[in-house]
Design a protein around this ligand. Sequence first.
Ligand code: ARG
Length: 573
Amino acid sequence: MDTVSELLEARLRAAFAQVAPGTDPVLRPSERADFQANGALALARALGRSPREVAAQVAAVLDLGGLATVEVAGAGFLNVTLTPEFLDARLHALLGDARLGVSRSDPPHRVVIDYSAPNVAKEMHVGHLRSTVIGDALAALERLGGEEVIARNHVGDWGTPFGMLIEHLVERGEDAGAAELAIGDLTAFYQAARAAFDADEGFRERSRARVVALQAGDPETRRLWRRLVDQSVAYFTEVYRRLGVTLSAADIRGESSYNDDLAGVVAELDRQGLLADSDGARCVFPPGFTNREGEPLPLIVQKRDGGFGYAATDLAAVRDRVERLGADRLLYVVGTPQAQHFAMVFAVARQAGWLPDTVRCEHVAFGNVLGADHKMLKTRSGSTVKLIDLLDEAVERARRALEERGAAIDAAQRDQLAVQIARAAIKYADLSTERQRDYVFDLDRMVAFEGDTGPYLQYAHTRVRSILRRAADAGADARPEAFVVGEGASRTLATSLLGWPDAVAAARATAQPHRLCGYLFGLAQDFTAFYEACPVLSAPPALRAERLALCELTARTLAQGLAVLGIEAPERM
Ligand code: ARG
């Protein structure tokens, strides 16, 4: 199903093209009509004519094919009003469509999304939270659009620090060390290893020998390494479970899983004549990348000591995803500081022919999480904030908020609800800001039941559901013969409901989940205005059926939207 905006904009574009080519009219919701199209103003300026005159000329040739009528307004706007027939047909179509008008890509594309990617034996921090929450929402969004999504969790499980970590595990006593990791005391473990490394020459020597043994595949060293990895993965998996994300252990492809491909990556770059030596390291200098002094920037693929690094691994991962997985599109949900790394990796992969032009490749960057002081979020002692502590704290606040409301629920229900509300609070706060921007982590605001928050949307959904339950108990008919939808609040709600597929399309086109949040918050507000102005249960039967149908569509749209954001929509709160 084409979206309402797509249908109308195509016809508007055709009319504008008759007046002057190249104008791209944009439709917006309007107070005066259902939509307003601008475009005449810019065109008039370009043509040196009066905007009203241009708008009138467009209106005269505009053929809306019975979908809507048009009127010139104000300084030169086109007010577009849907015809009763089209509005009725659309609303009925939505009622009968489990997808609520969202179209399905046919044939589907294969989209590989790289997200979460914490590091073994290191704490998952708020940056990993953002990657996990945004990546999971994008995965759900693409799945909703009918695409085939493959999640890749590029866990940091390889590299020189593992020499020191393995040695520390041995000295700490294997079981005691493993236990420390399993309960999530990763920072302490890492710091103790670091301290020993810095203080003790013998430890340093043994750590270096461990790295060599690890790379050479020494069985005992590998076994110890596996133990470190497994303990950490168990901990990450527990965090995912608590957060309620779809990412699972099966999606993990750690850096180490590309080890066997690294030599081939370098050999192929060499064969293509792309390698250059820089201080003994083997590098590619992709065109267009320079440092502040204007000198070409290297992407290091093999270090002086022969080891491969982060970049070589990412090149191998691109090849794997394109050649083995058959990806049509690659997304990397990683913080903004790695923008240059990804730009260079993509450029080199294109140069080497591993990334054909037909494969879209995007770094889905995001900003920082800040504390109340507007500096990077830290604990009072200055260390990284543990994700799980944030979640615990949010659950606690949600539980208190529920108690204060005195909701008539038992303790088990309250515990479950508190978890659902906490997840909603944390995820929505993250997803509702444009992802490149920083945001302040403020639990009080996030958990609030009022304002632009996750719990508010959950609550709005429960309110609609409760109306529908009461209607069902009363045996009220919720299927109108025809939608009349006159003016005012019910009209605004109806056109807002038609806009859900447009919101999905906009979010997908830009990989910006905040567009869904903005839409859902607007819908919840439109519903509130509707419910204040239009009695539902006490209305005469025909009108009541229409209003109940609008309620049902609102509830379903909110639930579908929240699901994409990874937020549960409970029945009651
Ligand atoms: N483990 C890295 C970090 O914590 C992120 C990895 C992102 N993904 C990738 N393919 N490089 O910063």
